[in-house]
Design a protein around this ligand. Structure first.
Ligand SMILES: C[S@@+](CC[C@H](N)C(=O)[O-])C[C@H]1O[C@@H](n2cnc3c(N)ncnc32)[C@H](O)[C@@H]1O
Length: 216
């Protein structure tokens, strides 16, 4: 209960204003993709894939195009990214994406357990300053919650270019392994993902990218 009242989203929900044409397109088509939790049809015979913090949506759109047989749920309150996904998904004629434009902490508990067959968390905000580190999304509490929502033989894919965040997550994973042993982990880039704004930034700066795969 106390956790619910704490501030949970620290990023920007908007960057620059949408251009007139983008805004017009977005307002006309957002209802095709933007949903409330209650509107998502969680039918049992589908594979549900979750992407948390999809940013501009490069990976979400790539995965949904590559796997029309799967259903994709993207969660991110960043409105410019949401508008981008709405426009591109419409242009690509995709009908296998739903977007929730709220912080993941607000909705995760609503999903049934053992649901997702893949979860992407790509380049989440690293919150590098000591004072800000408690804002990091992937701590052992969150990992435990998300693992509950993943089905057997599923994977969570985490990528970051921030070594300190990566080491932090590895420590949180070790902590969690002491409590539950229903998952394994491995390192390295094993699952195809799209280039994203933040992976491109890292590559441009010649930074290493660290991958962690949690297999349930
Ligand atoms: C650094 S960006 C990375 C975006 C994208 N994944 C990429 O690789 O380019 C982090 C993203 O996570 C989103 N985000 C931050 N906190 C979040 C939360 N609590 N729930 C969902 N998304 C969140 C931000 O809005 C932002 O779009």
């Amino acid at each position: 209960m106390i956790e619910e009242k704490r501030k949970i989203f620290f990023g920007r929900s908007k960057s620059r204003a949408l251009s007139k044409s983008k805004k017009f397109f977005y307002l006309n088509h957002k209802n095709d993709f933007l949903v409330n939790f209650e509107q998502i049809k969680l039918v049992k015979d589908k594979n549900f894939i979750l992407e948390i913090g999809f940013g501009l949506g490069e990976n979400l759109l790539f995965q949904a195009t590559k796997h029309p047989e799967n259903y994709f749920i993207g969660i991110d309150p960043f409105i410019n990214g949401v508008a981008n996904v709405v426009q591109k998904a419409k242009e690509l004629n995709l009908n296998n994406i739903s977007i929730l434009d709220i912080p993941v902490q607000k909705v995760l508990d609503n999903f049934s357990d053992n649901l997702f067959s893949k979860v992407f968390v790509l380049f989440p905000d690293p919150w590098m300053k000591n004072k800000q580190k408690k804002r990091r999304l992937l701590n052992h509490f969150f990992l435990e919650k998300i693992l509950k929502k993943m089905r057997t033989k599923s994977t969570l894919i985490f990528a970051t270019d921030d070594q300190d965040y990566f080491n932090f997550v590895m420590k949180e994973v070790s902590l969690l392994r002491k409590k539950i042993d229903t998952f394994k982990y491995s390192l390295g880039n094993k699952h195809p993902i799209a280039d994203t704004k933040y992976s491109n930034k890292a590559n441009k700066l010649k930074k290493d990218i660290y991958f962690l795969n949690l297999d349930k």
